[in-house]
Design a protein around this ligand. Structure first.
Ligand SMILES: Cc1cc2nc3c(=O)[nH]c(=O)nc-3n(C[C@H](O)[C@H](O)[C@H](O)COP(=O)(O)O)c2cc1C
Length: 377
């Protein structure tokens, strides 16, 4: 067991050392290597429990929607697509566990140029691109897995749900509602509705959400699920980080009116031209190749300023509304440090999720990554 622990941390640290050299090769080589190796790594990572337990400092504990979160930070959706890994993140010290995203029908995800679930890190830019296409086993398999987890105090379980693709609107709604019901029965504590994945055809990147299919879908879900909830089960809606800042107030008004409980800003970005100016010269070759070949979503440090600005704007808007019900802002995108958490909390953001920097920090601190973060909070 000791050997296994050492191997996973060693593999992450070793990768950090050689990553810059690998990324200098023709883009097809690192894309191939990282697309496959990250899956092998995650499989070993999520089942390993042989490391020291971290307990977040008591002052980080908060109760939102009547649910206790022992810390404001936890993994973003997509990290534990199968819903395995709860015990691992609990032991690391995470504030919650988010499974999925799942769809009603299982999806095999995207494949192009012989590469399944294309992914590439940009080492100098501390960012990444992926074009996974929501591979997942479907709501029912993952809900069953979540129902068997032995939940720990202060570490609630969330499930992430998205619409099926390539079916008509009636089937989309039926698939989403099926997901809500299955996860409700599985006993999860909160649900995140993913309205923002750029890697599946037909998801809007939300420029015109208010006038789009999404808003009528949100209304139907409200009628058929939210208003019929028999227990405390908050539902957050996750939008893209590309959401226009001006639309945030009307979006929040709509969510509140329909009975949703929070907003997550947000998912990956497809603003390749805009973010290109911030990409390190060492990464530009891979960035141009990946975005031209696969499109995909950008994640990591590139999104930090944007997710901070928009989540702060959302939180300030909510605080001015003097709401009688609880409605919270979750920030995702480039979150990497204690400073991020402190600044976001000071702006009124209650929860934060991380993905890219989680792995960056794992390569530095191994399983103590949350402990390292908490030293500064
Ligand atoms: C490889 C990969 C897979 C992802 N899969 C999902 C997903 O299934 N559902 C989802 O809502 N977001 C998914 N995301 C987006 C992340 O949850 C997150 O919103 C985004 O990466 C920005 O956060 P970060 O800058 O901390 O990485 C994925 C991101 C990456 C890099």
């Amino acid at each position: 067991m000791e050997l296994k622990l050492n191997f996973i941390e060693f593999a992450a640290r070793f990768d950090k050392i050689i990553r810059k050299q690998i990324l200098k090769l023709h883009p097809t080589v690192p894309i191939f290597l990282y697309s496959y190796s990250r899956k092998l790594f995650l499989k070993a990572f999520e089942t390993n429990l042989n490391f020291e337990q971290t307990t977040p400092p008591e002052h980080l504990r908060q109760t939102l929607w009547d649910i206790e979160f022992r810390s404001p930070i936890f993994n973003a959706a997509g990290m534990f697509k199968k819903g395995a890994g709860y015990e691992t993140v609990y032991k690391q010290g995470a504030g919650a566990f988010l499974a999925g995203t799942t769809t009603s029908k299982p999806r095999s995800g995207n494949i192009k140029k012989g590469i399944l679930h294309p992914f590439i890190p940009y080492a100098e830019t501390e960012s990444a691109s992926n074009w996974m296409g929501l591979p997942n086993e479907g709501h029912s398999t993952v809900a069953k897995r979540l129902s068997r987890i032995e939940k720990q105090k202060g570490c609630p379980i969330g499930a992430s749900i998205a619409a099926d693709v390539g079916v008509n609107e009636t089937e989309i709604i039926a698939g989403i509602l099926e997901g809500f019901e299955l996860y409700d029965r599985a006993g999860v504590d909160f649900i995140e509705l993913n309205e923002s994945c750029p890697n599946v055809a037909h998801h809007s990147t939300t420029q015109n959400i208010i006038d789009s299919d999404i808003s009528s879908r949100l209304a139907i879900i409200s009628e058929k699920f939210l208003k019929k909830r028999k227990r405390n089960l908050p539902v957050i809606v996750k939008f893209s980080n590309d959401i226009e800042i001006e639309t945030i107030p009307s979006l929040i008004d709509l969510l509140i009116e329909l009975g949703y409980d929070g907003i997550n800003i947000g998912n990956t970005s497809t603003k390749y031209d805009y973010y290109r100016q911030f990409v390190s010269s060492d990464d530009i070759k891979n960035y141009d190749y990946f975005t031209a070949t696969f499109d995909g979503g950008l994640s990591g440090k590139l999104l930090r300023a944007n997710s901070f600005e928009k989540s702060k704007y959302a939180a300030e808007y909510i605080s001015r509304k003097n709401l009688s019900k609880e409605f919270y802002v979750v920030r995702t995108g480039g979150v990497s440090s204690a400073i991020d958490i402190i600044q976001s909390q000071q702006s009124g953001v209650n929860l934060l999720q991380w993905f890219s920097a989680y792995f960056e920090n794992f390569s530095k601190y191994g399983y103590s990554l949350y402990a390292e973060l908490y030293r500064w909070l």
